[in-house]
Design a protein around this ligand. Sequence first.
Ligand code: NDP
Ligand code: 8X3
Length: 253
Amino acid sequence: MSDKRIALITGATSGIGEATARLLARNNFKLIICGRRKERLTSLQDELSKQTEVTTLSFDVRNRTEVENALRSLSDGWKKIEVLVNNAGNAHGLDPIQSGNVDDWDAMMDINVKGLLYVSREIIPGMVERKGGHIINLGSIAGKEAYANGNVYCGSKFAVDAITKGMRIDLNAYGIKVTAINPGLVETEFSLVRFKGDEDRASTVYKGYQPLKGDDIADLILFALTRPAHVVVADMVVFPVAQASATVVNKSL
Ligand code: NDP
Ligand code: 8X3
């Protein structure tokens, strides 16, 4: 019988989630990779299947029925999910509160907060029944400090911070580990999504210093997942060396 743990990663089609899928595939995990872009899921599955067993689930985390149907469609061999990486999420827009786009607000609260909850609600009961498992929630420095024009994105990540703490308390009785990873600036498709495909504006965010890469965050996720049974990494904040807070970034390094 395989001793590999099954890890489900949301948002595995890009950035931090994709890097995490690649690293876990090389480190004794079987993978359920999720996202909306099916062609990216299939191509990642083809690549990683050389290293481990991989299955894909395509759903929009905003749509509760899609989330439920997708997760309940897993065959028996894939149902015992021991690791959940709640990573799917994005910022949409960067506007002052008085002129914010309400569709952007809906997207951020629906994806970053409600989507994380819908996925978790499907997976946690199995962990409780088996008295074990590990949930890794991707928060952000934006969930620790509010910054100018970050308002609702920060609100969504402050919510992730509170939900993570609540999960850790409620699941304490069952030996389930809950970890928050809170990165600063990581160069992924994040800014391209935030600025609605404006490549120049997106690339400016990462100019003048060395930002984190998806691989740097994947390393920390693997670190948290491979601590001894009695150790849980509860809460990590990680910056590129050039960053000192949500807004202090030394662009001359
Ligand atoms: P990317 O834009 O590169 O990746 C986002 C991932 O989320 C994609 O795989 C995307 O897949 C998925 N996703 C987005 N919306 C949905 C949806 N409605 N349903 C299902 N999946 C969705 O960004 P990152 O890798 O940087 O972001 C990953 C996480 O890290 C996010 O939670 C983000 O807030 C957090 N983070 C990022 C930081 C950064 O600087 N980059 C810093 C701190 C935290 P698809 O489009 O295929 O559905
Ligand atoms: C992503 C990092 O600083 O853009 O969560 O909010 S930041």
